[in-house]
Design a protein around this ligand. Structure first.
Ligand code: ADP
Ligand code: MG
Length: 237
């Protein structure tokens, strides 16, 4: 279980996240909505321990233990996996070569490769000249090679992904993430059509202002934009 308690984060004196409280249970599928620049990606990067964010207040705990002093690698060892909004290209390295380092159950891996439709990307430089959607699919597969990952942070999972591939990703998640916790940020909401999520949170200006049923909240945002969230009755006081 991942617990975020009263988390306030600054960069260069500017407050980016304010008093975030979030509890994601084991196996929970949560979606985090919010307009551009509200702090969603920052939250993920802070959970991973990336960049030089100043944690002014609060804590992040995995199964009750603070991870704030842990390195990125230690956080991965504790079971947190992350797909960034924009994947990093690694010229000269092919996923196929990296895979040789892992103990691979061939049938299982083949199934995943087929279901994500990524066979043709394995012998190309990682994320090099791949579209946004192709990168997301390749990274989902890459994360699956780390067997201990129990919490997935998936940033803008459906951005730049066409409908056919949203379908693919949804099916893949349905089959592979039953016991995993997920936090997904989405701009388009399209992942919600095929993949049932348990909970939703809305972030505005670095604060979580609302939580509830993912479809209901998404309908609300679609009908009135985030403007509507600002004045909504459901908003947490
Ligand atoms: P979102 O993912 O919700 O679109 P981000 O988390 O990327 O939003 O950004 C939130 C705000 O924090 C933005 O105004 C962004 O410019 C700022 N920000 C994030 N990281 C840094 C950083 N390392 N240095 C300066 N500003 C940052
Ligand atoms: Mg972002």
């Amino acid at each position: 279980m991942i617990t975020i308690k009263n988390l306030t984060v600054e960069v260069e004196g500017k407050k980016i996240l304010e008093d975030i409280n979030l509890k994601i249970k084991n196996g929970e599928k949560a979606v985090l909505f919010g307009p551009n620049g509200c702090g969603k990606s920052t939250l993920f990067r802070v959970i991973m321990g990336m960049n030089s964010y100043n944690i002014v207040k609060g804590d992040i705990l995995i199964d009750g233990k603070s991870i704030l002093k842990k390195t990125i690698n230690q956080r991965v060892d504790l079971g947190i996996g992350y797909i960034a909004q924009k994947g990093v290209s690694i010229k000269g390295v092919k996923l196929e070569d990296l895979m040789e380092q892992y103990e691979i159950e061939y049938d299982d891996v083949k199934k995943k490769i087929d279901s994500l439709g990524i066979e043709e990307f394995l012998d190309r430089d990682i994320n090099y000249n791949l579209s946004g959607g192709e990168t997301k699919r390749l990274e989902l597969f890459t994360l699956s090679l780390l067997k201990n990952i129990s919490t997935y942070l998936l940033d803008e999972l459906d951005s730049g992904v066409d409908l056919e591939n949203i379908d693919r990703i949804s099916k893949y998640l349905k089959n592979t993430s039953k016991k995993k916790s997920l936090i997904i940020t989405t701009h388009t909401g399209s992942i919600l059509k095929e993949f049932k999520m348990d909970s939703a949170y809305v972030m505005l200006n670095g604060k979580i202002v609302c939580e509830g049923n993912p479809i209901e909240i998404w309908e609300c945002i679609k009908s009135g934009g985030y403007e509507k969230c600002v004045n909504c009755d459901r908003r947490k006081k």
